[in-house]
Design a protein around this ligand. Structure first.
Ligand code: SF4
Length: 326
């Protein structure tokens, strides 16, 4: 099945009508959200438009929740999934194309957040929230699919495996709130792609510059292992996201699962994928259509604790990505 994301969604025909695979049944399940979550989400969308007071509804809703909980604004943002936006950008002085692209990515994020296509993953992501480790007890988990995050005009796109059960599945933003994220964003900061070296919760001020982070699968899987069926069910989201990220020149795959996901998505988008299929490796490069694919070991603790992936190795990948993106 194909979906045309044309002038209605993208506005003014500034981005050509496009084709992308769509899921047979996916919707933003507002019935699963409290009314104020929906209001807050609208607040985020308004904030995208940025006209001085447009962030007020979101901020007021946040204050009301904090008052009820007796927490600070920062704690509220940490604990409250409704206070988290999914598409951020580094300045407001962007060409009109950017705002259309941002809006389309936001609409896609809405769709992703409501997805329940994979029963095993839906059950798992919610079970992690219901019985968290002691250090996270009392926190309000996101426990929904996690959408991509970053600069809509990014020339570098990072593609990971899937959200971590107590990282992105808790905070609602890719690579946020866990050790892998600490490692990744520290490197992105050192190489100029992020404005700060840490990523703790959704409204922590992190902004990506010329970079966008997404994943092959959007729900936390048991043992970090989605099944092939779950991967295939989720892949159209990556395809649609990549289609919208028109400025991308370099794709950095974090681990072999991300590498495989990019190649599959590229093929589905009609881009030329080399044969034989290029193999993943740290520092491996391949031409995919008119873009370059770059491999990087996943910044999992298994890799970083054992020294398989070091900070200089990670920085080298992003320095190379910048070189390729220029
Ligand atoms: Fe939906 Fe993807 Fe989550 Fe499956 S993994 S439920 S397709 S968002």
């Amino acid at each position: 099945m194909f979906l045309f994301l044309g002038a209605e969604l993208l506005g003014g025909g500034e981005i050509a009508a496009m084709q992308a695979r769509q899921h047979p049944f996916v919707g933003f399940d507002r019935g699963k959200l409290a009314a104020e979550d929906v209001v807050e989400h609208a607040g985020v969308v308004l904030r995208v438009g940025r006209a001085g007071g447009s962030a007020a509804p979101a901020a007021a809703a946040q204050r009301r929740r904090n008052d009820r909980r007796g927490g600070t604004e920062e704690e509220g943002a940490l604990q409250d999934p409704a206070g988290r936006d999914s598409v951020r950008w580094h300045d407001d002085d962007r060409k009109p194309m950017s705002s259309e692209r941002r809006r389309a990515l936001g609409a896609l994020a809405d769709e992703v957040h409501g997805c329940r296509l994979c029963p095993r993953l839906v059950e798992w992501r919610e079970a992690q929230a219901a019985d968290p480790p002691r250090r996270y007890r009392g926190q309000d988990y996101w426990a929904r699919p996690v959408s991509g995050f970053g600069d809509p005009d990014a020339r570098m796109v990072l593609v990971g495996l899937a959200p971590a059960a107590h990282g992105a599945n808790r905070t609602g933003r890719m690579f946020t709130g866990d050790r892998s994220g600490d490692w990744l964003y520290a490197s992105l900061h050192r190489t100029g792609f992020a404005n700060q070296p840490h990523s703790r919760w959704r409204d922590d001020g992190l902004e990506l510059r010329d970079a966008y982070i997404t994943a092959t699968v959007r729900c936390a899987p048991p043992a970090n292992k989605p099944t092939p069926e779950e991967r295939d069910a989720c892949l159209p989201y990556l395809e649609r996201e990549l289609r919208l990220l028109e400025c991308r020149r370099v794709l950095v795959a974090l681990g072999s699962f991300g590498w495989d996901g990019v190649l599959r998505a590229a093929r589905a988008l009609g881009e030329e994928v080399p044969r034989p299929r290029p193999k993943f490796g740290h520092g491996a490069e391949a031409e995919v259509g008119s873009r370059r694919l770059l491999g990087c070991y996943h910044p999992s603790q298994q890799n970083t604790f054992t020294g398989k992936l070091t900070a200089p190795m990670t920085d080298e990948i992003f320095a190379r990505a910048r070189e390729l993106a220029e």
